[in-house]
Structure formats: structure tokens, C-alpha cells
Ligand binder design. Structure first.
Ligand code: GUN
Length: 286
């Protein structure tokens, strides 16, 4: 079997066209959606991600505000900025780029963001919403994966889904969103013994572990759908996922490439969440 490619760039482009239309409708009613992005320190990967996010905002007409702080900034300064942004009418989404330097208590920072502006979906209120199936903002990466599956017409109901990686940003919310859609979900992580005994059962395999070539063909069921969330830079400069793409493509029915799979969807869902927040403001006003 040679897998069909799931083209995240194409799906993302389609959703961004819808975003433009939604922004135009908001602007016609006097609201320009606005996203505030807080960056602390000089992490090079964060700089690339943030640049992509700001570019995507500009592309669909979302206004962005960027606040840079040095790596040794006092956490109170950042917390005070978030509180100010919570009260600003021209800001509909607030994002603090992670990771933060060690002097920060992550939970304190994330929970300062107003739940109504938490477009990353990391505030405890939004995490709780995910658990009970009543989310305000779904976290962008798992939200992007679910949208990709929707666009491909892949139902998860009753399917065996294995999620590899149990991070708060991807693995855990991914598992909850798939459970909400009535998949049978198994979460594997760094301490899982004999990963292959779980992955081989997956009808849909979602991999977000941050390890190149973690998933090889022997670990994949013939005909499985494979979603690779990993983004790894190899010493030779190549960007690869967590899946042996060439090998697994021979076994899977569908597979996402890296780059061009889940990555463009993550940024796109951030736009969707920001626009949805602005639309909610409008309906509150009506
Ligand atoms: N760092 C890596 N991924 C993310 C993300 O989705 N949101 C934020 N804020 N920081 C990140």
C-alpha cells in the first residue's frame, strides 16, 4: 500500500480564505480582530513560530501586537502586561509563546490570561472545558489535527486511536478531543514499555513525541492513518517529523508530511480562535 498524502498546507489555505471572509464581516461591523503575542527571551525556534503566526495574522487581516521581553525579565512585569491586555477592547486573543525562562511559574502566567481571550486554550478553565466537552478555545495543534481528519472525511468514532506523546500542549488535549468524538483512545509516552505493541493496534496513529524516526513501518498497522505532529531539525538542516515517512508511507493508507502537514494547521487554528473570540464580542454587544 502506498499512502495518500494529507496536504495540510492546502487545507490550511482553504480555512484561511474562510478566515478572510469572517474578518471582512467583522470589519464591516466595526471590529478588527486583534491578537497580542508575548515573547520572553531569544529562543530561536520560538522566534520562527512567532514570525509565522504574525505573518498569518497579517495575511487574513487580523491585527497583531507583539511584546518582547528579555530572558531575565521579572515575571510580575509580564503578568501586569497580561492584565492590561485582558482589559483592552482591541485585543481578542492573548498568546504567551512557550517555553518561558525558569524564573516563571507557567500556571500563574497562563491562568492570568482571561479565559475569553485564551486563544491557545491553555488556561485551566479551557483545559477543564476540554475534559467535559464544552471548550471555549480548543488548543491549536490538536484542533488542527481534528480539522484535517474532518476535511479528509475520516471518522474517528469507534476507531482505535493511539496518541504517542502526553504533553499538555498536544498529546493530552488531542486524546480528550478524540475521546469526545467517541474514539477508543490510548496515550503512550516516554515511559511506555514496548511502544510497538500499542501503535500496531492503531487505526489512526497521532505522533507528537519530538523524536525523529520514532515510528518505523513494523510499528504501524497496514492501512492505518498516520498523523505526524513532530517537527525536528536534523544536524544536516533537514526538517523531519517523528515518523519514518518513506517507510511508513508503504504501509499506511494516509499520512501527513513534515513540513506541510499539521504545522500549517496549527497556525491557522490560532487565527480561527482569534476570529471566533472577536465574533463572540460582537454577539455580546448585540
Ligand atoms: N510553543 C510551542 N508550541 C506552542 C503553542 O502552541 N503555543 C504557545 N504559546 N507556545 C508554543
Amino acid at each position: 500500500m502506498t499512502a495518500k498524502l494529507i496536504d495540510g498546507s492546502k487545507v490550511a489555505l482553504g480555512i484561511r480564505e474562510e478566515c478572510k471572509t469572517r474578518v471582512e464581516a467583522l470589519v464591516a461591523r466595526g471590529i478588527v480582530p486583534g491578537l497580542a503575542v508575548i515573547v520572553v527571551g531569544n529562543d530561536p525556534a520560538s522566534a520562527v513560530y512567532v514570525r509565522n503566526k504574525l505573518r498569518a495574522c497579517a495575511n487574513v487581516g487580523v491585527r497583531s501586537f507583539k511584546y518582547d521581553y528579555s530572558a531575565d525579565v521579572a515575571p510580575d512585569v509580564v503578568v501586569a502586561k497580561i492584565k492590561e491586555l485582558n482589559g483592552r477592547a482591541d485585543v481578542h486573543g492573548i498568546l504567551v509563546q512557550l517555553p518561558l525562562p525558569p524564573q516563571f511559574q507557567l500556571a500563574q502566567v497562563l491562568n492570568t490570561i482571561s479565559a475569553e481571550k485564551d486563544v491557545d486554550g491553555f488556561h485551566l478553565y479551557n483545559v477543564g472545558g476540554l475534559v467535559v466537552g464544552d471548550t471555549v478555545f480548543p488548543p491549536c495543534t490538536p484542533y488542527g489535527v481534528v480539522k484535517l481528519l474532518d476535511y479528509e472525511g475520516i471518522s474517528v468514532e469507534g476507531k482505535n486511536v493511539v496518541v504517542v506523546g502526553a504533553s499538555n500542549i498536544v498529546g493530552k488535549p488531542m486524546a480528550l478531543m478524540l475521546m469526545q468524538r467517541e474514539a477508543t483512545v490510548c496515550i503512550c509516552h516516554a515511559k511506555t514499555r514496548d511502544l510497538a505493541q500499542f501503535t500496531i493496534l492503531a487505526d489512526i496513529l497521532v505522533v507528537a513525541a519530538g523524536k525523529p524516526n520514532l515510528i518505523v513501518p513494523q510499528m504501524v498497522k497496514t492501512g492505518a492513518v498516520v498523523i505526524d505532529v513532530g517537527i525536528n531539525r536534523l544536524p544536516d538542516g533537514r526538517l523531519v517529523g517523528d515518523v519514518d515517512f518513506e517507510g511508513v508511507s508503504e504501509k499506511a493508507s494516509r499520512i501527513t508530511p513534515v513540513p506541510g502537514g499539521v504545522g500549517p494547521m496549527t497556525v491557522t487554528m490560532l487565527l480561527v480562535n482569534t476570529i471566533a473570540s472577536a465574533e463572540r464580542r460582537l454577539s455580546d454587544r448585540a
